[in-house]
Design a binder for this molecule. Structure first.
Ligand SMILES: Cc1cc2nc3c(=O)[nH]c(=O)nc-3n(C[C@H](O)[C@H](O)[C@H](O)COP(=O)(O)O)c2cc1C
Length: 358
């Protein structure tokens, strides 16, 4: 299945080493102001940066809008946006048709598609597909911005380096957007960069955690059970390559808390119903409480490492030592930060449209 959503429906297409990658989005309210420059800015955040902490694949993703936006406004027709693939080298990927790379989709895809899948650069499983997710999300967030809904994703852990400080939303937004690892604290960002460089020098990789905060979602948004905010956000987040865990609010720590600690007491602030704490992560019964929606997304260490690894030749059925020679991020977390943020926007727009909030 390659489509997500009920009222705001997002599909992605293309492959890592094909002509392009992109997204189609249906259900964006006609007349919504959509700036292509803002979509481009989000794509630029996802593009590889410079330096040892990111992949040398030097590709500037230039947005092309094919349909659905005219003179800065959504027309109501399907929006199609894409970026062309230019800087790629498929020559190193041929052997992976027989010798699957550990940690990649090569083996299960080989079985599912009987060897006919596009294996170049990970094909449709590549992290490059997230450019399409960013395009669709950057459209959604512009619609939501007018409703006062704001999104911030930030790196709070890379390898063993954790962000311990709590930084207010508006400061975190500025700082996290201004540094290469998307961390809301400059000193921690430097330590995170060092951690990535060390992993790279060691011919290895590191993972990490992205935290996402959403402000301004009105209480009541979300659907019970299968369309809950947690269900839909998690389904979207687990569609991002490399994601291994999603937790809302206190998450797994809730398991060892008492009810008296975990329940968020209600109070009135400025005439509004709010809670004193936010262990719920802004969601109860699958519906927004009106408090910030907070969730964390765990990313695994990048699968492609330049150390030799063991695999098998699936035809000869013999063990093979494999070296992955392509160009890769030693840590995908910095580039995943805008992906998480924009993916969250697609889900919230869909739920707000479903609930009649727009
Ligand atoms: C923005 C982004 C960039 C990525 N870049 C790489 C990469 O350079 N090398 C790599 O091995 N994996 C990369 N990944 C992750 C792989 O695509 C992913 O681990 C692989 O397709 C297997 O899917 P899975 O980890 O979800 O099971 C990236 C993921 C994202 C979100």
């Amino acid at each position: 299945m390659n489509e997500f959503g009920t009222k705001y429906r997002v599909g992605i297409f293309g492959s890592s080493h094909g002509p392009c990658v992109g997204a189609k989005a249906e259900g964006c309210p006609a007349g919504s102001k959509i700036s292509e420059a803002i979509i481009q800015a989000e794509l630029d955040r996802r593009s590889p940066g410079k330096g040892a902490h990111t992949t040398p694949r030097a590709e500037r993703d230039r947005l092309e809008v094919i349909s659905g936006i005219v003179e800065g406004k959504a027309t109501g027709a399907t929006i199609v946006g894409l970026v062309r693939n230019k800087d790629f080298d498929s020559s190193v990927y041929d052997s992976f048709k027989r010798v699957p790379r550990p940690g990649h989709a090569d083996y299960p895809a080989m079985v599912k598609y009987k060897g006919h899948h596009d294996h170049r650069g990970g094909g449709q499983f590549s992290g490059r597909m997230t450019a399409g997710l960013v395009i669709a999300g950057a459209i959604a967030r512009q619609v939501l911005d007018k409703q006062g809904v704001r999104f911030l994703a930030q790196s709070i852990q890379i390898g063993s380096v954790r962000m311990e400080k709590v930084v207010p939303f508006s400061i975190a937004e500025k700082v996290a957007r201004a540094n290469a690892v998307g961390c809301a604290d400059r000193d921690t960002a430097e330590c995170m960069k060092d951690e990535i460089v060390r992993a790279h020098e060691d011919k290895d990789s590191v993972g990490g955690i992205v935290k996402c905060t959403i402000l301004g979602v009105p209480a009541g948004v979300g659907e019970p059970f299968f369309g809950s905010i947690e269900s839909d956000v998690s389904a979207m987040m687990f569609s991002i390559p490399g994601v291994k865990g999603v937790e809302f609010g206190s998450g797994f720590a809730a398991a060892s808390m008492k009810g008296s600690e975990h329940n968020d007491p209600y109070t009135i602030r400025g005439g509004k119903v709010v809670t004193k704490t936010n262990n719920a992560g802004g969601v109860l019964g699958g519906l927004a409480t009106g408090m910030p929606i907070e969730f964390k997304v765990a990313f695994k260490p990048t699968s492609s490492i330049s150390r030799p690894q063991m695999s098998v030749d699936v035809v000869k059925k013999v063990p093979v030592e494999l070296e992955v020679k392509g160009r890769h991020d030693p840590c995908i977390v910095p580039r995943a930060v805008p992906v998480v943020e924009n993916c969250a926007a697609s889900v919230i727009l869909d739920l707000m449209l479903q609930g009649g909030f727009l």
